[in-house]
Design a binder for this molecule. Structure first.
Ligand code: NAD
Ligand code: LMR
Length: 353
């Protein structure tokens, strides 16, 4: 059940208590990079979420302050903040059921996400090594860019530690889906674009991002003269924000919304809610239904709609084979780009530079 929308009165209060009693069997969560542009608003949304019982924040700076600030919010989650000193990472990871990683540097104008690889690859590798040692069964949600490569890095680190479970590792591509909903909503005049289901598949950078408007639900009618610009805007929405922020970073607030949306869906599915589907960048061969998609697209890591369940990714849903001819062309460009990004991530761990 959801939080009651009506004001608390004597009549609604018992329902409120009951809701809490049900939800408080919930989840312990850890955010790495918690003091950053994404980390802070994401932590705020997670602290406000009644599904979360414990929220541990970890960053190389500022987490005690962020945690103290958020701790005054009267939601159920018990919040703590850790720094690297005093074995902070270990303390923060202990008992985590779900880990969200928005740690690493963001883009400035003129940079590609791949330009972030040099610094962020090592950051993600270090954090995932910590997960492998301290909370190997946690669901891991990677936001740090370049996602196309950082997720393969995470998989490789977990494999080497013999704890890789592909159903528990997710690259967060929800912002692409959120953008697609918003931009389509503007064109079709939707009152609530978040109710549109617009699948976005592939990867998370430029032409590796492929919106499949032909598979939208309910179906949408995009005028032919608007289609190319719409595809381009979904693929390069990140650049729009990087340019507008003019050197002060990339999307943080919309990413916090998207990261929260995905984390909440995983948490709800883990706690038994069924029928939850959201695209995510995953290791296809390790997920039910994924092998056939992997054979069709020709890469191991790819974002497709994932049905979530108590153990994470329950099923990969094949909508790629239903793409129309124009979308198939976009898909083959995406796959070409992804091959190099994936290889670069895997090589970084197998043959360190
Ligand atoms: P930011 O610089 O504001 O914050 C990053 C935080 O990570 C900082 O607080 C920093 O101290 C911390 N950090 C660095 N090294 C760390 C480590 N080893 N352990 C823990 N924390 C560490 O950047 P941001 O705007 O929050 O963006 C973070 C990342 O998310 C970037 O790589 C960005 O490109 C990416 N991003 C991804 C998406 C997506 O859709 N997946 C969207 C937006 C941004
Ligand atoms: C985004 O899509 O907004 C993020 O990946 C950040 C970026 O670098 O564009």
């Amino acid at each position: 059940p959801k939080h009651p929308a009506q004001p608390l009165t004597a009549a609604t209060y018992p329902l409120f208590l009951k809701t809490h009693a049900i939800l408080s069997s919930a989840i312990e969560l850890f955010v790495a990079g918690a003091a950053g542009g994404i980390g802070q608003p994401l932590s705020l949304l997670l602290k406000a979420c009644p599904l979360i019982t414990e929220l541990a924040l970890y960053d190389v700076v500022n987490t005690p302050g962020v945690a103290a600030d958020l701790s005054h919010i009267s939601s159920p989650a018990k919040i703590t903040g850790y720094l690297p000193k005093d074995d902070g990472m270990k303390q923060a990871f202990k008992g985590a059921e779900l880990v969200v990683i928005p740690a690493g540097i963001p883009r400035k104008p003129g940079m590609t996400r791949d330009d972030l690889f040099k610094i962020n690859a090592g950051i993600v590798q270090g954090l995932v090594q910590g997960i492998a040692e301290i909370c190997p069964k946690a669901f891991v949600l990677i936001i740090s860019n370049p996602v196309n490569s950082t997720v393969p890095i995470a998989a490789e680190v977990l494999k080497r530690a013999n704890v890789f479970d592909p159903t528990r590792l997710f690259g967060v591509t929800t912002l692409d889906v959120v953008r697609a909903e918003t931009f389509v909503g503007e064109i079709v005049g939707s009152k609530n674009p978040s109710e549109l289901v617009i699948p976005v598949v592939g990867g998370h950078s430029g032409e590796t991002i492929v919106p499949l408007f032909s598979q939208a639900q309910p179906s949408v009618d995009i005028p032919a003269d608007k289609l190319d610009a719409l595809i381009n805007r979904v693929q390069f929405g990140g650049d729009e924000v990087v340019k507008a922020k003019d050197g002060a970073g990339s999307a943080t607030l919309s990413m916090a919304y998207a990261g929260f949306r995905f984390a909440e869906k995983v948490a709800k599915a883990v706690k038994g809610e069924s029928g939850i589907i959201e695209p995510s960048y995953v290791y296809l061969p390790g997920i039910e239904g994924g092998e056939a998609i992997q054979k069709a697209v020709g890469v191991d890591f790819f974002s497709v709609p994932i049905e979530l369940g108590p153990n994470g990714a329950k099923k990969a849903i094949d909508i790629v084979s239903k793409a129309n001819d124009a979308e198939k062309k976009l898909l083959s460009v995406a796959v070409e780009g992804l091959k190099g990004n994936i290889e670069k991530g895997v090589e970084f761990v197998r043959n360190p530079p």
